[in-house]
Design a protein. Structure first.
Length: 183
């Protein structure tokens, strides 16, 4: 992810950390994230779908925001199928194949867009507004599911099983710079 995007999310986390642990801190994070998330969806992207949301979840966890919902666990594939959004992304990502990682990102983003709508139709929650959907537990459950799929693909992509996911992401950012906007 481009350093300015990381810096923006890191600054948001740091600003939220100025508040006492608990609801004030979590709401400071969500209130700051809404405009960032909206801008990411509506402006030209400087970083891709998976890298952006992976970083958002990293910062969400750092400020303890999942506690706002009593914790967050990823949807199961069966949950998503029950909403009418069965997980059907079948892109394979071989070791070191950046093009396959880009293809996976594109495919899962398309699936994700439909999933937002299907979850909204099933629950009545407004999952389609990027300014406010971040306040919904279901939004995070969907993105935790997507992050888990992304991390599985990163384990296939990485050069060595000893590389951590953050190390793999840093390597993509450093060595596949032209692909960062599409992953």
């Amino acid at each position: 992810m481009h350093s300015n995007s990381k810096a923006q999310l890191e600054a948001l986390k740091n600003q939220a950390m100025l508040f006492p642990a608990g609801s004030q801190r979590r709401l400071a994070f969500f209130n700051g994230l809404g405009p960032i998330h909206f801008a990411w969806h509506t402006n030209a992207r400087s970083h891709g779908f998976l890298l952006f949301h992976w970083e958002v979840i990293k910062q969400l966890k750092a400020v303890g925001a999942p506690a706002e919902f009593g914790g967050v666990t990823a949807f199961r594939a069966s949950d998503l199928a029950n909403f009418g959004a069965p997980y059907n992304v079948s892109v394979t990502v071989p070791k070191g194949d950046v093009a396959a990682l880009r293809n996976f990102s594109s495919a899962i983003e398309q699936w994700h867009n439909n999933s937002h709508m299907q979850i909204q139709m099933a629950t009545g929650l407004n999952m389609m507004n990027p300014m406010t959907n971040i306040y919904l537990r279901e939004f995070w459950r969907l993105h935790y599911f997507i992050n888990a799929k992304f991390e599985t693909k990163l384990r296939s992509y990485r050069q060595s099983s000893s590389q951590s996911i953050p190390t793999v992401i840093a390597g993509i950012e450093a060595n596949a710079h032209s692909s960062v906007t599409r992953i």
